[in-house]
Design a protein around this ligand. Structure first.
Ligand SMILES: Cc1cc2nc3c(=O)[nH]c(=O)nc-3n(C[C@H](O)[C@H](O)[C@H](O)COP(=O)(O)O)c2cc1C
Length: 710
């Protein structure tokens, strides 16, 4: 074995009597992919087994409820409230341990943040909450207002009953063969609700003083030790700073660490935030790599048990230095392992450039999955939650596939097409690959992480020798020569029919990169148009939000006008929470002091009525008009660009539409659709009555439709 590139990451460590081969931890991640009753299935096993195969030292399985009746954090989380769950948990433990990983299960009761039940939730105190970014947020029906959700204080009997259930669940985890158990006391879930003065308003022995607030976790720990023995490792995950008024700060968290160490806790897993301040819980793109390492570093100085740090850790070199500099004993990853489960293996073999770094977009793993009661997905890893990708087979015949559009759907289609043995050719009308992602790159808060993905996927195109024709718009007759045409022509802004619309500029002309040092910059592309100082961004969704944010950060005086009731309502909610705080001139939690305040004026339920020189007239829902002094109006309404696809279909060409060209959405749909069509492309592909290519139909159907061509 050659010398390790990241030697500190691969040094062994002990948690109590448990030797862990390296410093890499999968921090608890509820993948919400169990069966409806919470039992383990092949999806859960596969997910964790791949991490173990990659060489992760310690795998903490995500939130697992000790009492599914009173609280599941997500609707299909793992459940451990009956002995009948032990066999499945055992299979899960073995699947990881056979590849050398150590593993724990995180026991969690969500209390007031339960996704299920939806009503009559329990907490430490009576409380009404509105937490739009949480999985437990009350369903906002299509046309209803966001509702607050009431939780009631548990009685003393209920508290002791739940303590018993926690320790029973831990005992089951031990019986199943796990190496330890993790308690979830972070992110505002039930144990955290008891521990924090922000939520705990009790006046009995479980509330008030620090000692009383710590009673619930300490009683659980004592009961686990009684049932599992003093040597069974108990890990404890909590938020070192809750970032809520009156909540726990780092100072009190140091005190907590000392108390837990004295109580016999084996290791501390340091996290941040509560769902009242969702930014620090699941740090969106705005949070820099390793933004909360300082918390673990402070706590590590106060205790001698191992301390795990996590949150936005992505680069193996960065993580290696955390260990080398003694800031934490172990480094933890959640979303990075969703985006690339083989991170550990790539780091071990010194191939950091192969790592598909998580961009923290939260679109696949939160907004379009757990938050809305679906199973886990990932915006940049189409294999997550889709069994068809577990064992991708070569196609039975090499097909010539034309891909029109070099955005994320096109590049992802090309990647899988090559891996399956096809010959894809990308036709891109501009001089750079990237599609709509190029514009996200122009928001200073997003550029670092967007570039990670852009660089990775564009490098993949090179490594896989994908033929790319830039500045090319192929004709229908050229395309009809291919076996299959995949159309990922994206979306584009348009010019509404109002007086003076010709004076407005399109957002694509404004969010143009003029960073000529970038190795991907085509060189011949003009820079962004000059928009003056006072700008009006007219539109919504990514185009509107990115343009407003980029220009506000550039120091412009920005006004947003949207016809919608709320601005950026379809953006991922944690990003939206942080962005709206920035746009209203407030620094989001955990980023205080590091982010400029960028107040933007937002007019909702309004439209632009007329544009004239240095002025725009806007009109609200009551038809009240207002004249604003504006240098430039920027058009940011985007619609699908699907005319080529329609023509292809009319000509009878085998074609499929993907990404924003279907409907303007987000990266998740683009990559999934691209990967899906590459998977469906084979010699037996048949267009169904909905004009979707499908393969693997029964042989009699293939003969009936394709006959001799087969
Ligand atoms: C889909 C998803 C599920 C999560 N589930 C859990 C969980 O079950 N328990 C927990 O303590 N944290 C959970 N977290 C938080 C992560 O463990 C982690 O602290 C956070 O995502 C930031 O770290 P990262 O940048 O490595 O993802 C979850 C996060 C995501 C995105």
């Amino acid at each position: 074995m050659a010398k390790l590139k990241y030697p500190n990451l691969f040094k062994p460590i002990w948690i109590k009597d448990l030797e862990i081969k390296n410093r890499i931890v999968h921090v608890p991640t509820d993948i919400s992919s169990s069966n409806a009753d919470g039992s383990i299935n092949e999806r859960v096993i596969h997910y964790h087994e791949e991490l173990a195969k990659a060489g992760v030292g310690l795998i903490e399985v995500g939130a697992t409820t000790p009492d599914s009746k009173t609280g599941r954090p997500t609707v299909t989380c793992v459940v451990a409230d009956g002995d009948n769950y032990i066999p499945g948990l055992h299979r899960l433990a073995r699947a990881m341990q056979r590849y050398g990983a150590r593993c724990t299960v995180q026991i969690q009761h969500p209390g007031r943040q339960a996704a299920m039940p939806r009503y009559e939730q329990v907490s430490c105190s009576d409380i009404v909450t509105v937490q739009p970014a949480s999985a437990g947020h009350e369903v906002v029906y299509a046309t209803a207002e966001a509702k607050g959700k009431a939780a009631r204080a548990m009685s003393i009997e209920e508290i002791y009953d739940l303590i018993d259930k926690f320790s029973e669940a831990a005992w089951r985890v031990q019986q199943a063969g796990f190496d330890g158990v993790t308690l979830h006391a972070a992110h505002g879930y039930l144990i955290a609700q008891f521990m924090s003065a922000y939520t705990n308003r009790r006046i009995d022995r479980f509330g008030g003083s620090f000692e009383n607030r710590m009673r619930f976790p300490l009683e659980i720990i004592k009961d686990i030790q009684r049932k599992c023995g003093p040597d069974f490792p108990i890990l404890f995950r909590y938020s070192a700073d809750e970032f809520v008024p009156g909540g726990r700060t780092l100072e009190e968290s140091v005190k907590v660490a000392k108390v837990l160490e004295s109580a016999g806790v084996a290791a501390l897993d340091i996290s941040a935030g509560t769902f009242d301040t969702p930014g620090p819980v699941m740090d969106p793109m705005y949070y820099p790599e390793g933004w909360c390492v300082y918390m673990a570093e402070t706590i590590k100085k106060a205790v001698s048990i191992p301390v795990i740090t996590s949150h936005s850790l992505r680069d193996p070199g960065f993580c290696d230095r955390i260990i080398a500099e003694g800031k934490a004993d172990m480094v933890g990853f959640s979303r990075q392992f969703i985006a690339d489960p083989y991170w550990t293996m790539k780091a071990y073999y010194g191939k950091p450039e192969e790592i598909r770094k998580c961009i923290s977009c939260l679109v696949g793993c939160w907004q379009e999955s757990l938050m809305i009661k679906h199973e886990l997905k990932c915006a940049i890893n189409p294999a997550v939650g889709d069994e068809r990708f577990w064992d991708i087979r070569k196609a039975s015949k090499k097909l010539d596939i034309a891909i029109v559009g070099g955005g994320p759907s096109g590049m992802e289609a090309a990647r899988f097409a090559v891996m399956r043995g096809h010959k894809p050719v990308i036709f891109e009308k501009e001089s750079e690959l990237g599609g709509a992602l190029k514009y996200c790159c122009m928001v200073p808060h997003k550029i670092t992480k967007m570039r990670w993905y852009m660089d990775w996927i564009r490098n993949q195109m090179k490594k896989l020798n994908v033929e790319v024709h830039m500045k090319t718009e192929p004709s229908i007759s050229e395309l009809s020569r291919y076996d299959l045409v995949l159309v990922g022509t994206g979306g584009e802004s348009f010019r509404p029919d109002i007086p003076g619309a010709d004076k407005a500029v399109r957002f694509e002309e404004v969010l143009r990169c003029n960073f000529f040092n970038c190795p991907w910059h085509p060189g011949d592309r003009p820079g962004p148009v000059d928009v003056g100082e006072k700008v009006l961004v007219w539109g919504d969704h990514f185009a509107g939000a990115n343009t407003a944010e980029a220009l506000a950060l550039a120091g412009k005086d920005v006004t947003v006008v949207t016809e919608n009731k709320d601005f950026a309502a379809n953006l991922e909610p944690v990003h939206r929470d942080v962005m709206m705080k920035l746009l209203s001139g407030v620094n989001p939690e955990g980023l205080s002091g590091k982010v400029p305040k960028i107040p933007v004026k937002i007019h909702t339920s309004s439209t632009v009525y007329r544009i004239s020189n240095a002025k725009a007239v806007i009109q609200d829902e009551r038809f009240v008009k207002k004249e604003l002094p504006i240098d430039t109006v920027i058009l940011a309404h985007v619609r699908p660009n699907n005319s080529l696809y329609k023509e292809l279909i009319e000509e009878g060409v085998k074609a499929a539409l993907m990404g924003d060209a279907v409907k303007v959405r987000n990266l998740l749909h683009a990559t999934r659709e691209g990967a899906h069509y590459a998977l469906e492309a084979d010699v037996d592909t048949i267009m169904n009555a909905n004009l979707k290519p499908c393969r693997n139909l029964p042989i009699e159907v293939r003969w009936a439709i394709l006959g001799e061509q087969l």
